[in-house]
Design a protein around this ligand. Sequence first.
Ligand code: UDP
Ligand code: MG
Length: 323
Amino acid sequence: MITVEKPVDRTKYSLLSVVIPVYQEGSHIKNTVKIIEDVLISNNITYEFIFVDDGSTDNTFSELKSLARDNWRVSVVRLSRNFGKESAICAGLDYAAGDMILTMDADLQHPPEVIPAMVDAWLNEGYDVVEGVKHSRGKENIIYRVCAKFFYYMVNKSSDVNLERASDFKLMDRKVVEAWKKLPERTSFFRGMSAWLGFRRKEIEFDVAKRVAGRSKWSLFRLLRLAANAVTSYTTVPLHFITLLGAVMLFGAVVLGVQTLYMKLSGRAGSGFTTVILLQLIIGSAIMTSLGIIGLYLSKIYHEVKARPRYIVSEYIRGGEDK
Ligand code: UDP
Ligand code: MG
Protein backbone atom coordinates (compact mmCIF):
# COMPACT_ATOMS: atom_id res chain seq x y z
CA MET A 1 0.00 0.00 0.00
CA ILE A 2 1.30 3.44 -0.82
CA THR A 3 0.31 6.01 1.73
CA VAL A 4 0.88 9.71 1.67
CA GLU A 5 2.98 11.35 4.35
CA LYS A 6 2.20 14.61 6.04
CA PRO A 7 1.90 17.31 3.38
CA VAL A 8 4.62 19.95 3.35
CA ASP A 9 3.73 23.56 4.08
CA ARG A 10 3.68 25.64 0.95
CA THR A 11 5.30 29.00 1.52
CA LYS A 12 7.27 31.34 -0.66
CA TYR A 13 10.41 30.05 1.09
CA SER A 14 9.70 26.44 0.08
CA LEU A 15 12.69 24.73 -1.46
CA LEU A 16 12.65 23.88 -5.16
CA SER A 17 14.92 21.02 -6.25
CA VAL A 18 15.88 21.28 -9.89
CA VAL A 19 16.82 17.78 -11.10
CA ILE A 20 18.78 17.70 -14.35
CA PRO A 21 20.07 14.53 -16.03
CA VAL A 22 23.25 15.35 -17.89
CA TYR A 23 25.02 13.33 -20.54
CA GLN A 24 27.81 14.73 -22.70
CA GLU A 25 26.81 18.36 -22.14
CA GLY A 26 30.15 19.67 -20.87
CA SER A 27 30.47 22.40 -23.49
CA HIS A 28 27.43 24.36 -22.38
CA ILE A 29 26.35 23.14 -18.95
CA LYS A 30 27.71 26.18 -17.11
CA ASN A 31 25.88 28.50 -19.44
CA THR A 32 22.65 26.51 -18.93
CA VAL A 33 22.96 26.74 -15.16
CA LYS A 34 23.56 30.47 -15.34
CA ILE A 35 20.43 31.03 -17.42
CA ILE A 36 18.23 28.88 -15.18
CA GLU A 37 19.68 30.47 -12.06
CA ASP A 38 18.99 33.99 -13.34
CA VAL A 39 15.31 33.11 -13.75
CA LEU A 40 15.12 31.55 -10.27
CA ILE A 41 16.90 34.41 -8.52
CA SER A 42 14.94 37.15 -10.21
CA ASN A 43 11.72 35.41 -9.13
CA ASN A 44 12.87 34.94 -5.50
CA ILE A 45 12.66 31.16 -5.65
CA THR A 46 14.68 29.20 -3.08
CA TYR A 47 16.36 26.42 -5.00
CA GLU A 48 18.95 23.68 -5.17
CA PHE A 49 20.34 21.89 -8.21
CA ILE A 50 20.77 18.13 -8.40
CA PHE A 51 22.80 17.23 -11.45
CA VAL A 52 23.02 13.60 -12.39
CA ASP A 53 26.01 12.89 -14.58
CA ASP A 54 24.83 9.88 -16.52
CA GLY A 55 28.27 8.44 -17.22
CA SER A 56 29.48 11.20 -19.54
CA THR A 57 32.86 10.69 -21.14
CA ASP A 58 33.52 14.35 -21.99
CA ASN A 59 34.32 17.12 -19.49
CA THR A 60 30.78 17.16 -18.05
CA PHE A 61 31.78 15.85 -14.64
CA SER A 62 34.69 18.24 -14.14
CA GLU A 63 32.44 21.13 -15.13
CA LEU A 64 29.76 20.01 -12.68
CA LYS A 65 32.38 19.57 -9.98
CA SER A 66 33.66 23.08 -10.48
CA LEU A 67 30.07 24.37 -10.38
CA ALA A 68 29.54 22.58 -7.05
CA ARG A 69 32.77 24.05 -5.70
CA ASP A 70 31.66 27.60 -6.46
CA ASN A 71 27.99 27.23 -5.63
CA TRP A 72 26.74 25.55 -2.45
CA ARG A 73 23.32 25.09 -4.01
CA VAL A 74 24.72 22.60 -6.49
CA SER A 75 24.89 18.86 -5.76
CA VAL A 76 26.25 16.33 -8.21
CA VAL A 77 25.45 12.62 -8.43
CA ARG A 78 27.73 10.71 -10.75
CA LEU A 79 26.48 7.38 -12.08
CA SER A 80 28.94 4.56 -12.61
CA ARG A 81 28.10 4.37 -16.33
CA ASN A 82 25.52 5.59 -18.82
CA PHE A 83 22.21 4.23 -17.49
CA GLY A 84 19.97 6.33 -19.71
CA LYS A 85 17.88 9.39 -19.01
CA GLU A 86 15.09 7.52 -17.22
CA SER A 87 17.45 6.06 -14.63
CA ALA A 88 19.29 9.36 -14.27
CA ILE A 89 16.01 11.08 -13.42
CA CYS A 90 15.26 8.37 -10.84
CA ALA A 91 18.64 9.00 -9.22
CA GLY A 92 18.00 12.75 -9.15
CA LEU A 93 14.61 12.28 -7.50
CA ASP A 94 16.17 10.06 -4.83
CA TYR A 95 18.69 12.77 -3.91
CA ALA A 96 16.39 15.80 -4.12
CA ALA A 97 15.43 17.34 -0.79
CA GLY A 98 12.99 20.01 -1.95
CA ASP A 99 9.34 20.53 -1.06
CA MET A 100 8.73 20.61 -4.79
CA ILE A 101 10.87 18.95 -7.39
CA LEU A 102 11.36 20.02 -10.98
CA THR A 103 12.84 17.81 -13.69
CA MET A 104 14.22 19.38 -16.84
CA ASP A 105 16.77 18.84 -19.62
CA ALA A 106 20.28 20.26 -19.67
CA ASP A 107 20.04 21.65 -23.18
CA LEU A 108 17.54 24.48 -22.54
CA GLN A 109 14.92 22.80 -24.72
CA HIS A 110 12.69 23.16 -21.68
CA PRO A 111 12.46 26.96 -21.37
CA PRO A 112 13.39 28.16 -17.85
CA GLU A 113 11.02 31.14 -18.20
CA VAL A 114 8.15 28.73 -17.56
CA ILE A 115 9.47 27.73 -14.12
CA PRO A 116 7.97 30.69 -12.16
CA ALA A 117 4.49 29.86 -13.52
CA MET A 118 4.95 26.22 -12.48
CA VAL A 119 6.05 27.20 -8.98
CA ASP A 120 3.11 29.58 -8.77
CA ALA A 121 0.63 26.82 -9.68
CA TRP A 122 2.06 24.70 -6.84
CA LEU A 123 2.25 27.53 -4.33
CA ASN A 124 -0.92 29.51 -4.94
CA GLU A 125 -3.25 27.16 -6.77
CA GLY A 126 -2.50 24.01 -4.77
CA TYR A 127 -1.57 21.73 -7.67
CA ASP A 128 0.59 18.67 -6.93
CA VAL A 129 1.87 18.01 -10.44
CA VAL A 130 2.47 20.78 -12.94
CA GLU A 131 3.20 19.29 -16.34
CA GLY A 132 5.00 21.09 -19.06
CA VAL A 133 3.21 20.00 -22.24
CA LYS A 134 4.59 20.55 -25.70
CA HIS A 135 2.74 23.26 -27.55
CA SER A 136 4.90 22.66 -30.57
CA ARG A 137 7.44 19.89 -30.86
CA GLY A 138 10.24 22.06 -32.21
CA LYS A 139 12.32 21.04 -35.18
CA GLU A 140 12.19 17.31 -35.85
CA ASN A 141 12.71 15.51 -39.10
CA ILE A 142 9.77 14.00 -40.96
CA ILE A 143 10.59 10.33 -40.27
CA TYR A 144 10.90 11.03 -36.55
CA ARG A 145 7.65 12.95 -36.63
CA VAL A 146 5.74 10.14 -38.35
CA CYS A 147 7.18 7.50 -35.99
CA ALA A 148 6.32 9.62 -32.96
CA LYS A 149 2.75 10.10 -34.21
CA PHE A 150 2.29 6.36 -34.78
CA PHE A 151 3.77 5.48 -31.41
CA TYR A 152 1.56 7.90 -29.49
CA TYR A 153 -1.47 6.77 -31.45
CA MET A 154 -0.76 3.17 -30.32
CA VAL A 155 -0.29 4.12 -26.70
CA ASN A 156 -3.34 6.38 -26.61
CA LYS A 157 -5.56 3.75 -28.18
CA SER A 158 -4.41 1.02 -25.87
CA SER A 159 -4.21 2.74 -22.51
CA ASP A 160 -5.83 5.69 -20.84
CA VAL A 161 -2.61 7.64 -20.45
CA ASN A 162 -2.25 10.47 -22.96
CA LEU A 163 1.41 10.80 -23.77
CA GLU A 164 1.47 12.73 -27.01
CA ARG A 165 2.26 16.11 -25.57
CA ALA A 166 3.79 14.90 -22.31
CA SER A 167 7.39 15.79 -21.58
CA ASP A 168 9.91 15.25 -18.82
CA PHE A 169 9.60 18.91 -17.89
CA LYS A 170 7.47 18.80 -14.76
CA LEU A 171 7.18 20.07 -11.25
CA MET A 172 6.02 17.67 -8.55
CA ASP A 173 5.09 18.01 -4.93
CA ARG A 174 7.19 16.08 -2.42
CA LYS A 175 4.37 13.57 -1.84
CA VAL A 176 4.14 12.73 -5.54
CA VAL A 177 7.86 12.00 -5.66
CA GLU A 178 7.62 9.86 -2.52
CA ALA A 179 4.80 7.87 -4.11
CA TRP A 180 6.83 7.48 -7.30
CA LYS A 181 9.87 6.24 -5.35
CA LYS A 182 7.79 3.50 -3.78
CA LEU A 183 6.81 2.00 -7.14
CA PRO A 184 8.78 -1.22 -7.35
CA GLU A 185 9.20 -1.24 -11.13
CA ARG A 186 12.71 -1.19 -12.57
CA THR A 187 12.03 -0.26 -16.14
CA SER A 188 9.84 2.76 -15.90
CA PHE A 189 8.64 5.42 -18.27
CA PHE A 190 8.78 8.56 -16.19
CA ARG A 191 6.74 10.75 -18.50
CA GLY A 192 3.69 8.53 -18.32
CA MET A 193 4.15 7.31 -14.78
CA SER A 194 3.36 10.68 -13.30
CA ALA A 195 0.06 10.61 -15.23
CA TRP A 196 -0.64 7.16 -13.82
CA LEU A 197 0.03 8.37 -10.26
CA GLY A 198 -2.76 10.93 -10.46
CA PHE A 199 -2.92 13.76 -7.87
CA ARG A 200 -4.06 17.29 -8.66
CA ARG A 201 -2.57 18.11 -12.00
CA LYS A 202 -2.22 21.15 -14.17
CA GLU A 203 -0.77 21.51 -17.63
CA ILE A 204 1.28 24.45 -18.78
CA GLU A 205 2.12 24.70 -22.45
CA PHE A 206 5.58 25.48 -23.66
CA ASP A 207 7.35 25.65 -27.00
CA VAL A 208 10.23 23.24 -27.35
CA ALA A 209 13.28 25.41 -27.94
CA LYS A 210 16.25 24.54 -30.08
CA ARG A 211 19.03 22.64 -28.37
CA VAL A 212 21.69 25.16 -27.18
CA ALA A 213 24.65 23.10 -28.28
CA GLY A 214 25.72 19.48 -28.68
CA ARG A 215 23.35 16.99 -30.24
CA SER A 216 20.42 14.84 -29.23
CA LYS A 217 21.42 11.42 -27.90
CA TRP A 218 18.40 9.60 -29.21
CA SER A 219 19.43 7.18 -31.89
CA LEU A 220 16.70 5.29 -33.73
CA PHE A 221 17.52 2.17 -31.72
CA ARG A 222 17.26 3.99 -28.39
CA LEU A 223 13.94 5.47 -29.43
CA LEU A 224 12.57 2.08 -30.43
CA ARG A 225 13.66 0.67 -27.09
CA LEU A 226 11.97 3.53 -25.26
CA ALA A 227 8.81 3.01 -27.30
CA ALA A 228 8.71 -0.72 -26.53
CA ASN A 229 9.32 0.04 -22.89
CA ALA A 230 6.55 2.63 -22.81
CA VAL A 231 3.99 0.36 -24.45
CA THR A 232 4.75 -2.65 -22.27
CA SER A 233 4.73 -0.45 -19.16
CA TYR A 234 1.15 0.61 -19.62
CA THR A 235 -0.83 -1.95 -21.46
CA THR A 236 -1.24 -5.61 -22.29
CA VAL A 237 -3.49 -4.85 -25.25
CA PRO A 238 -0.92 -6.16 -27.78
CA LEU A 239 -1.16 -9.57 -26.08
CA HIS A 240 -4.94 -9.60 -26.43
CA PHE A 241 -4.52 -8.50 -29.99
CA ILE A 242 -2.63 -11.74 -30.64
CA THR A 243 -5.59 -13.77 -29.37
CA LEU A 244 -7.88 -11.74 -31.61
CA LEU A 245 -5.60 -12.33 -34.57
CA GLY A 246 -5.67 -16.05 -33.81
CA ALA A 247 -9.47 -16.03 -33.78
CA VAL A 248 -9.65 -14.21 -37.11
CA MET A 249 -7.18 -16.66 -38.65
CA LEU A 250 -9.21 -19.58 -37.29
CA PHE A 251 -12.33 -18.23 -38.94
CA GLY A 252 -10.45 -17.89 -42.22
CA ALA A 253 -9.10 -21.41 -41.82
CA VAL A 254 -12.59 -22.87 -41.41
CA VAL A 255 -13.94 -21.04 -44.47
CA LEU A 256 -10.97 -21.96 -46.66
CA GLY A 257 -10.96 -25.52 -45.31
CA VAL A 258 -14.59 -26.05 -46.27
CA GLN A 259 -13.96 -24.58 -49.70
CA THR A 260 -10.88 -26.73 -50.26
CA LEU A 261 -12.70 -29.91 -49.24
CA TYR A 262 -15.61 -29.06 -51.48
CA MET A 263 -13.29 -28.52 -54.45
CA LYS A 264 -11.50 -31.77 -53.71
CA LEU A 265 -14.69 -33.78 -53.37
CA SER A 266 -16.20 -32.32 -56.50
CA GLY A 267 -13.03 -33.19 -58.36
CA ARG A 268 -12.20 -29.62 -59.21
CA ALA A 269 -9.10 -29.21 -57.09
CA GLY A 270 -6.18 -28.19 -59.20
CA SER A 271 -3.34 -25.77 -59.35
CA GLY A 272 -3.53 -23.83 -56.07
CA PHE A 273 0.05 -22.98 -55.45
CA THR A 274 -0.43 -19.23 -55.23
CA THR A 275 -2.94 -19.67 -52.43
CA VAL A 276 -0.63 -22.02 -50.55
CA ILE A 277 2.32 -19.68 -50.78
CA LEU A 278 0.26 -16.68 -49.73
CA LEU A 279 -1.18 -18.57 -46.76
CA GLN A 280 2.26 -19.70 -45.70
CA LEU A 281 3.55 -16.14 -45.80
CA ILE A 282 0.59 -14.68 -43.93
CA ILE A 283 0.55 -17.32 -41.22
CA GLY A 284 4.34 -17.27 -40.89
CA SER A 285 4.54 -13.52 -40.41
CA ALA A 286 1.58 -13.51 -38.02
CA ILE A 287 3.26 -16.13 -35.86
CA MET A 288 6.61 -14.33 -35.90
CA THR A 289 5.09 -10.98 -34.97
CA SER A 290 3.04 -12.58 -32.22
CA LEU A 291 6.07 -14.32 -30.79
CA GLY A 292 7.91 -11.01 -30.91
CA ILE A 293 5.20 -9.26 -28.94
CA ILE A 294 5.11 -12.03 -26.35
CA GLY A 295 8.91 -11.77 -26.24
CA LEU A 296 8.71 -8.07 -25.39
CA TYR A 297 6.61 -8.78 -22.34
CA LEU A 298 8.75 -11.75 -21.43
CA SER A 299 11.89 -9.63 -21.49
CA LYS A 300 10.13 -7.05 -19.37
CA ILE A 301 9.28 -9.71 -16.78
CA TYR A 302 12.84 -11.02 -16.98
CA HIS A 303 14.28 -7.59 -16.16
CA GLU A 304 11.80 -7.00 -13.37
CA VAL A 305 12.48 -10.39 -11.80
CA LYS A 306 16.22 -9.75 -11.75
CA ALA A 307 15.37 -6.66 -9.68
CA ARG A 308 18.67 -4.95 -10.29
CA PRO A 309 18.94 -1.37 -9.04
CA ARG A 310 17.91 1.35 -11.48
CA TYR A 311 21.31 2.98 -11.27
CA ILE A 312 24.62 2.81 -9.42
CA VAL A 313 26.23 5.92 -7.96
CA SER A 314 29.99 6.25 -8.15
CA GLU A 315 30.36 9.70 -6.60
CA TYR A 316 28.19 12.15 -4.74
CA ILE A 317 29.09 15.78 -4.11
CA ARG A 318 26.64 17.35 -1.72
CA GLY A 319 26.06 21.07 -2.18
CA GLY A 320 27.52 23.20 0.61
CA GLU A 321 29.97 20.54 1.81
CA ASP A 322 33.67 21.38 1.92
CA LYS A 323 35.34 20.14 -1.19
N1 UDP B 1 20.43 12.38 -21.16
C1 UDP B 1 20.87 11.54 -20.14
N2 UDP B 1 21.29 10.28 -20.45
C2 UDP B 1 21.26 9.79 -21.72
C3 UDP B 1 20.77 10.64 -22.74
C4 UDP B 1 20.36 11.92 -22.43
O1 UDP B 1 20.92 11.94 -18.98
O2 UDP B 1 21.65 8.64 -21.92
C5 UDP B 1 19.99 13.76 -20.82
C6 UDP B 1 20.61 14.86 -21.66
O3 UDP B 1 21.84 15.30 -21.12
C7 UDP B 1 19.56 15.96 -21.59
C8 UDP B 1 18.26 15.14 -21.55
O4 UDP B 1 18.61 13.85 -21.07
O5 UDP B 1 19.68 16.72 -20.42
C9 UDP B 1 17.57 15.09 -22.89
O6 UDP B 1 18.44 14.52 -23.84
P1 UDP B 1 18.43 14.91 -25.38
O7 UDP B 1 18.48 16.40 -25.52
O8 UDP B 1 19.51 14.12 -26.02
O9 UDP B 1 17.01 14.36 -25.83
P2 UDP B 1 15.93 15.09 -26.77
O10 UDP B 1 15.78 16.50 -26.25
O11 UDP B 1 16.49 15.04 -28.13
O12 UDP B 1 14.70 14.27 -26.56
MG1 MG C 1 17.14 17.82 -25.94
